[in-house]
Design a protein around this ligand. Structure first.
Ligand SMILES: NC(=O)c1ccc[n+]([C@@H]2O[C@H](COP(=O)([O-])OP(=O)(O)OC[C@H]3O[C@@H](n4cnc5c(N)ncnc54)[C@H](OP(=O)(O)O)[C@@H]3O)[C@@H](O)[C@H]2O)c1
Length: 282
């Protein structure tokens, strides 16, 4: 009897996981590659109504075609999120597709591979525009409509580099740290109004992120880092990501053993700095 009850509970939980996003309008940025593309595949299988954003129209079209083939509705909304003039007004265009946004997933981003001393201020600003300000602009423009609809959920992709500094990532880490200040505050302010905020902090996930990471002069790094290659599969990260949203978690760490560094910094800072200082940074 107990086995039947446990079996039924597991079955019911799986069923809820499979239908949670069904019919929900989800706007996903960074949907053309890596973690975002894996999230998109899961959402389209669940029957979410999708709006997807990235800067590359052809990659967006390919992603949308796949969604539509699997039976989901999917609209593309291309934008270069480093350009705040293009980002302003983007939320109104997103709202025009289905009349509302239930879930906003702010996932687009770029990393960095350059020492602080070498990194041009233009690269600092670009990484801040993309990884921080675009998310702030979109969020501010969507909040009132979410509240008018009775609530909604905003998830933002930070990084474990949003929890500590790391060599060759000064601008990236700065932007990801900034997300925590902004979105944690927003979550505290708006939870009572039915707006839930989840900050996702991946460790290393196997995606092309290091290819697109910026060098000191703004050129792409164009290499797959070993750490990236050995990272968690993007599909597994995406499943954990959506589970965290579904459970209305405020913040989650997703990754393999590298996420222990967050706890080491919190509880044993001197050990953290010994490890961090020993990381090869040239
Ligand atoms: N992979 C990891 O180990 C890891 C770890 C921690 C955090 N993260 C975070 O996870 C998120 C997704 O990264 P990923 O690993 O999936 O990397 P990815 O495969 O390189 O995907 C990045 C996404 O962001 C979009 N994007 C980049 N520049 C853009 C721009 N100027 N305008 C609009 N969209 C832009 C890309 O689309 P287009 O190129 O088509 O524009 C792509 O869809 C990022 O926020 C990243 O910081 C990743």
């Amino acid at each position: 009897m107990t086995a039947y009850i446990i079996g039924f509970i597991i079955f019911a939980a799986k069923l809820i996981n499979m239908v949670f996003f069904q019919g929900k309008v989800v706007w996903l940025t960074g949907a053309s590659s890596g973690i975002g593309l894996a999230i998109l595949e899961l959402l389209s299988r669940q029957g979410a109504r999708l709006i997807i954003t990235s800067s590359d129209v052809s990659r967006l079209n390919l992603a949308a075609e796949k969604c539509i083939l699997s039976g989901a509705e999917c609209k593309i909304l291309p934008c270069d999120l480093t350009d705040s003039r293009q980002v302003s007004g983007l939320a109104a265009k997103a709202l025009a597709f289905f009349g509302k946004i239930d879930v906003l997933i702010l996932n687009a981003g770029k990393s960095q591979r350059a020492l602080t001393i070498d990194t041009s201020i233009e690269v600092d600003r670009l990484l801040m525009e993309l990884n921080y300000f675009s998310n702030v602009i979109i969020t501010k423009e969507i909040l009132n409509s979410m509240k008018a609809n009775g609530g909604g959920h905003i998830a933002v992709t930070s990084s474990i580099t949003g929890k500590f500094g790391f060599p060759l990532r000064s601008a990236y880490a700065a932007a990801k740290h900034a997300l925590h200040g902004f979105f944690e505050t927003l979550g505290i302010e708006e939870r009572k109004n039915g707006i839930f905020v989840t900050i996702i902090c991946p460790g290393r996930v196997n995606t092309p992120i290091s290819y697109n990471a910026l060098l000191a002069n703004g050129e792409s790094y164009n290499r797959l880092d070993k750490g990236q290659e050995n990272g968690m599969p993007a599909e597994l990260c995406a499943r954990k990501y959506l589970r965290a949203v579904q459970k209305k978690k405020r913040e989650v760490l997703i990754g393999n053993k590298e996420i222990l560094m967050v706890y080491i910094k919190r509880y044993f800072p001197s050990i953290f700095y010994k490890i961090a200082d020993s990381i090869k940074s040239t």
